[in-house]
Ligand binder design. Sequence first.
Ligand code: HEC
Length: 251
Amino acid sequence: MKESSWLNLPGLSLSVKALFTGYIFVVGLGLMMAGAQIMLTHGMADGKFGLSVDDIVYSYYGNRNGSKLESKLHGSMKDKATPEENLTMIKWAREGADEATWNSTIKPIVDAKCAMCHVNIPTLPNVTKYDVIKEIAAVDHGAEIGSLTRVSHIHLFGISFIFFFVGLIFSMAVGFRPWIKAVIIFIPFAFLIVDIASWWLTKMNPNFAYFVIIGGFGYSVAAAIMLFTSLYQMWIMPFKGQSSIENTWKG
Ligand code: HEC
């Protein structure tokens, strides 16, 4: 019964290879889509293309230096009202932009100094409406807890499922030292936890943004190694006439 003691990727039957290969293709495509999605949603958060630490900070921590209203009143809208009026509006935004002060103090300034453009130019937000300016005056606190818990649990369940099967296929690869193979299989799970934990930590402290990138990078590299090695050993090795009697599942 010597022949039955092997278990490895090059020696699998055609149907099992077809199953594994189909899965690898779809998962590989999914990972690329996930990368594109990250670039589109987070990549532009700081206004520049490409994913950077600033993007992560803006996405999770927010921009707590102040509201959009405040940065505009320091920037391109600086000369529309007097410095005292600007200060009054900034102070109002920082103190939570309440409706009573809006009616008594802020609306008269906005009607006098901002309305001529912001009411008449349709592409500009109508800052004379409390509901509109309230949003612009709000300080950006980054990701909401509710959306973080939702995305966290979807990622933890979904991605661990993907890496379970990717790791299961790769566990039948030949020619690796057992501990190296074990580390490669374990890395995605460890980095997944690092990645998700660092979303939460970044929400509290922007310095943790680096861990989000390290975590994502870590499991992308481990996934690439496992997917390409598995494909190589299932198709290229037998094609080159290489085979193995290694029983990869026996400890
Ligand atoms: C002379 C016309 C004009 C006046 C007066 C004016 N704005 Fe603007 N505002 C613009 C234009 C044009 C933009 C778009 C370009 C930019 O963001 O600088 C803009 C953009 C803004 C934005 C950013 C909107 C967004 O969603 O990106 C805010 C906030 C804003 N203005 C507030 C004010 C306030 C408050 C006042 C009054 C103190 C004011 N503006 C007066 C023309 C004006």
